[in-house]
Write a protein that binds this ligand. Structure first.
Ligand code: AMP
Ligand code: MG
Length: 349
């Protein structure tokens, strides 16, 4: 398949590429587009055949449902019920990095919801994304625009690397501002439950209903026999091409432990990549060291996370060591992605 690639500068919503891409979406094609979380791989959410081709392009397991992206808050036609909690969340956090799980209407095809009676819906804040959806005139099902299992793409270049030749159109914009996938909240249960942590933190959600809690499977590795509340929870995700370990504990201990490991690796000619921070990057003297930014601003860390993970695929390393972060605020989402990238290989020091 020939893929057309257009970068839109300065969120120019009059760019004719947007109209061309919107027409492709309406007609059942696949379009990659920027959002504030990560880049999305979109298709008309109401067209089963188009949605099916998303799974094929990504190599995504069929039982992993897709999030429907909308351009405005008129979602009555997609759901059978909007609870008062969901309504409050929409008012407060849409547009933005928050996906709400609600009971679906009959119009949503089974392939989009992966056979579930519920559907995830999100209104992105990215203007190119919204203009594209608005012009297409249909809701857009869109998972992250990466090959299944790889780190999510936050730049045009990452999407091209994974999906060129597999989709009709790739629209580029700026690097995704949040850098992590949306927070997912299940609004069909009482009390409401966070199924995936993201840029909208638990503290922010608690301002709407203080009973909101995080599903325990997010903080710990899931037992293989457990049935996940969000199907995506059980899959290996975000994995770099080489094994990765997270070193967790007090920062001083982490640095000391990584240096000790590096000494052994050096003696055995094992090449190491280190995911560090501004505070620690000068404390290491072996390996390829990359900083995610300062620990004082975890939004920068989340912004840089996936791009840094991906960039190690172009480095000559045999394994990656990553520092842990405090699991509070957006740190919960950052650690969730790091743990998955490492396949839950965590060393406590
Ligand atoms: P992705 O689009 O790859 O970022 O992943 C979307 C994730 O949203 C999936 O992995 C699911 O876990 C979750 N999701 C989407 N729809 C539903 C739903 N109806 N119920 C529970 N989780 C959902
Ligand atoms: Mg994904």
């Amino acid at each position: 398949m020939k893929t057309k690639i257009v970068k839109i500068e300065n969120e120019n919503l009059l760019d004719k590429a947007l109209i061309e891409a919107a027409t492709i979406l309406k007609d059942g094609g696949l379009v990659v587009f920027p959002t504030e979380t990560v880049y999305g791989l979109g298709a008309n959410a109401l067209n089963s055949k188009a949605v099916q081709s998303i799974f094929e392009a990504k190599g995504r397991p069929q039982d992993n449902p897709l999030i429907i992206h909308v351009a405005n808050k008129n979602i009555d036609f997609l759901v059978s019920e909007i609870t008062s909690f969901a309504k409050k969340l929409m008012d407060k956090f849409w547009p933005g990095p928050l996906t709400l799980i609600m009971k679906k209407s009959d119009i949503v095809p089974n392939v989009t919801s992966a056979g579930l009676e519920t559907v995830g819906i999100r209104m992105p804040s990215n203007l190119i994304a919204r203009q594209l959806i608005e012009s297409a005139g249909v809701p857009i099902a869109a998972p992250s625009a990466n090959l299944s299992g790889k780190p999510s793409p936050t730049t045009l270049e990452s999407c091209v690397e994974d999906l060129k030749g597999r989709v009709d159109f790739i629209i580029g914009g700026e690097m995704s501002k949040v850098g992590l996938e949306s927070t997912i909240v299940d609004c069909t249960v009482d009390p409401p439950c966070v199924l995936r942590p993201g840029g909208i933190t638990l503290e922010m959600l608690k301002t709407v209903d203080e009973r909101v809690y995080i599903d325990s499977a997010i903080l710990n590795n899931m037992n293989q026999n457990e049935k996940p509340r969000a199907p995506g929870m059980k899959y290996r995700h975000y994995a770099p091409n080489v094994p990765m370990k997270i070193i967790s504990g007090d920062l001083d201990n982490i640095v000391e432990y990584i240096n000790k490991m590096c000494q052994e690796y050096r003696n055995n000619s094992i090449k190491v990549g280190i995911i560090a921070t501004e505070e620690t990057k000068n404390s290491y003297s072996y390996g390829i060291i990359k900083s995610l930014g300062t620990r004082k601003d975890l939004n920068t860390v989340s912004y840089n996370l996936f791009n840094t993970l991906r960039s190690f695929n172009n480095e000559d390393v045999d394994l990656i060591l990553g520092e842990s972060f405090l699991e509070e605020g957006i740190g919960i989402a950052i650690m969730n992605r790091l743990k998955k990238a490492a396949g839950y290989d965590i060393i406590k020091v």
